[in-house]
Design a protein around this ligand. Structure first.
Ligand code: AMP
Ligand code: GLY
Length: 423
């Protein structure tokens, strides 16, 4: 079969590598892809938001199955456009992707169905939000309602900071129309865990857990980024936590979406916080995490196409989802200055070191290739990943492998997986 993947990051490279292992797949396309994906797939120069062009390409090329990796096209309704043209597609429809697309929607859903999350209020008016802040407890958390590249969350220690935050989100529109509405919620403490799952609308099967590192600098300092590194599994995601989440969060979310007439098929990513009062949902995403996919997918034993088709067909209950009993660590190699100002177009060397190794992976995020040479082409450049018997071994191997790669202005965090030592 012919598969088309929509997206261009390290996550889509990880998806493409899993798809390549499927015995059913003869050809992979990616729109728009990147230079690393181009080594195993045919990249087509169509943007992820060019829905009609994607649909027409899929029709002309006889694509059998489309996998939408990114949030924007899911929230914008690409799956609906493809399905209407009779193209089998993995990912939630627009009315279900709202689970990620609107934080106000997801908070209201959790409240209505008794799913544990931080206490909150929604606002569509800056004056009302400011009035609420007069009597609120601090610190407090402000969230732009819509998609904001993971940056629309402000943690405010004082009323003054919070008032400034409301102004920047709702009046100055720092995150654009994502800030037309806003959630103000209680500040929670605890460890964060990402749990990704496959859903077919009725059945949900969770994958192995992971933890991201969102801040740019060591010691969780610096600005929020798309993610600077991950490890999987999380040693803090115990059997007890898993049992609690199975009873109170996962199936309840799928059932709630179905009850609302928003049947969810695809990936639900649960961003959890393990608070002193038990696990609570920080956020939902409607897709694989980036760079969570880079540590979760290399450990998945199943044929990814079979699992994804079961999600679309509603037969996920028949799938025995299995992960390797090992660990993986991903360290992002970024361009110095990310997520603010950084240079592009630096030649990358050392990539061939990954070619003949089964438990090392170099997932491309922001790269391009010209005349046989790879160049940096974004803030996050590569996701260097290694598998090991346990987390410590995986971390040691991943950091060793980061030394195989050279490019000017190469930047990485040096403490990805440090929490492993505290487990
Ligand atoms: P989100 O995009 O909702 O996951 O928020 C981004 C990050 O902000 C999370 O990964 C947390 O580190 C932090 N955060 C979000 N909501 C809260 C909260 N209620 N209390 C404490 N930290 C939060
Ligand atoms: N790594 C966090 C995300 O993909 O949202």
């Amino acid at each position: 079969m012919k598969v088309l993947i929509v997206g261009s990051g390290g996550r889509e490279h990880a998806i493409a590598m899993s798809v390549k292992k499927s015995s059913q797949v003869e050809k992979i396309y990616c729109a728009p892809g990147n230079a690393g994906i181009g080594e195993i797939a045919t990249c087509v120069p169509i943007g992820a938001m060019e829905f009609e062009k994607i649909r027409d390409f899929a029709k002309e090329e006889g694509i059998d199955f489309v996998i939408v990796g990114m949030d924007d096209p899911l929230v914008g309704g690409l799956v609906d456009v493809l399905e209407a043209a009779g193209i089998k597609t993995f990912g939630p429809r627009k009315n279900a992707a709202i689970l990620e697309g609107s934080k106000a929607f997801s908070k209201d859903l959790m409240k209505k169905y008794g799913i544990p999350t931080a206490a909150y209020e929604n606002f569509d008016d800056a004056k009302k939000a400011a009035a609420y802040l007069e009597t609120a407890k601090y610190p407090i958390v402000l969230k732009a309602d819509g998609l904001a590249l993971g940056k629309g969350v402000l943690i405010c220690n004082t009323k003054e900071e919070a008032l400034e935050g409301v102004k920047s989100i709702m009046e100055d529109k720092k995150f654009g129309s994502a800030g037309n509405n806003m959630v103000i919620e209680e500040f929670m403490t605890g460890r964060e865990v990402s749990v990704l799952s496959y859903c077919d609308g009725k059945t949900i099967k969770t994958m192995t857990s992971a933890q991201d590192h969102k801040r740019a600098k060591d010691g969780d300092q610096g600005l929020n980024t798309g993610g600077m590194g991950t490890f999987s599994p999380s040693p803090f995601y115990t059997e007890e936590v898993d049992a609690f989440c199975k009873a109170n969060i996962y199936q309840k979310t799928v059932d709630a979406m179905a009850a609302e007439g928003r049947t969810f098929k695809g990936i639900i990513f649960f961003g959890l916080m393990l608070t002193p009062d038990g696990p609570k949902v920080l956020e939902y995403n409607a897709r694989f995490g980036d760079p969570e996919a880079q540590v979760v997918l290399p450990r998945m034993k199943n044929d990814i196409i079979e699992v994804m088709q079961a999600c679309v067909d509603g037969t996920l209950d028949q799938v025995d989802l299995q992960f390797e009993d090992n660990a993986a660590v991903c360290v992002i190699l970024a361009s110095d200055g990310y997520p603010e100002h950084y240079e592009k177009g630096k030649a990358i060397s050392g990539l061939e070191a990954f070619d003949d190794k089964d438990d090392y992976f170099c997932f491309h995020a922001g790269t391009k290739k010209e005349d046989g040479i790879f160049y940096t082409n974004g803030g996050r450049v590569l996701g260097v990943t290694a598998k090991g018997a346990d987390l410590k071994e995986a971390r040691k191997k991943a950091y060793e492998a980061t030394e195989w790669i050279s490019f000017e202005n190469k930047y990485k965090r040096n403490d990805i997986g440090k929490a492993i030592d505290e487990a």
